[in-house]
Design a protein around this ligand. Structure first.
Ligand code: CA
Length: 226
């Protein structure tokens, strides 16, 4: 009995030690990302780790993901800059989603400029770990991305369904976490340096929960480059 308690205490101690190690590694990430608004919610990550909802390995991986020297910056609508600097909306040649709820919620709904049509993942729960791969017709220097998250067809549909909260954006060697607000408006990100690529990947890490459904929805994703 005594040995069992000791082993349990040791296991608990080791678990917290690993979490603290992850926290230390993460501090470097926070220091390098603090100015850009893409810092993960530390308390939430820690709580989830303790509750066992997130593995330590996942957290370390997320917090130490390479960024190839490019930062993702949350910005206000940059339409003036886009016009002034002649950036254009990039044509999406094809896109593949790890899962799709039904044909009605096709991944191509992301690129139709129509807020009433959405892509909805088709995995269990909120589709955590599900990803989208977007291909353009050629290589562009990607600079801005506009995200319309959630089912924006109506206020009711938005609230009832899930919305991505944290996603991983991967463009070539740039891998960065983006933490979004839960708002019914377009959220813009800027890459500190344009990245030349003909494709990109977006993976769902976390979701704002829907009041009725566990489907995670995105209405539109619009990518700008040259
Ligand atoms: Ca749409």
């Amino acid at each position: 009995m005594k040995t069992g308690r000791l082993a349990g205490a040791l296991a608990a101690f080791m678990k917290y030690l690993i979490i603290m190690l992850a926290a230390v590694i993460g501090i470097f990430s926070v220091l390098s990302n603090a100015a850009y608004g893409t810092v993960p919610d530390w308390k939430e990550l820690f709580d989830r780790c303790v509750k066992g909802e997130r593995t330590v390995k996942d957290v370390v991986k997320e917090l130490t993901a390479g960024d190839a020297g490019v930062q993702v910056i949350m910005i206000d609508n940059p339409s003036d800059v886009i016009t002034h600097d002649s950036y254009k909306k990039l044509p999406v040649a094809s896109a593949v989603a790890a899962s799709t709820l039904t044909e009605e919620y096709s991944v191509m709904n992301l690129f139709d400029d129509d807020l009433s049509t959405t892509w909805q993942e088709g995995a269990d729960g909120y589709g955590i770990g599900e990803d989208l791969r977007i291909s353009f017709d050629k290589v562009y220097k990607i600079k801005y991305i506009a995200f319309d998250l959630g089912n924006r067809s109506s206020d009711e549909a938005y609230t009832k369904n899930g919305r991505p909260k944290v996603v991983t954006l991967q463009i070539e060697e740039c891998i960065q976490l983006i933490r979004f607000r839960d708002v019914r408006e377009t959220q813009w990100i800027e890459l500190s340096k344009p990245i030349a690529a003909d494709s990109m990947r977006i993976l769902i890490n976390d979701a704002y929960k829907g009041s009725t459904y566990t489907d995670n929805c995105i209405s539109n994703i619009t990518v700008y480059g040259k």
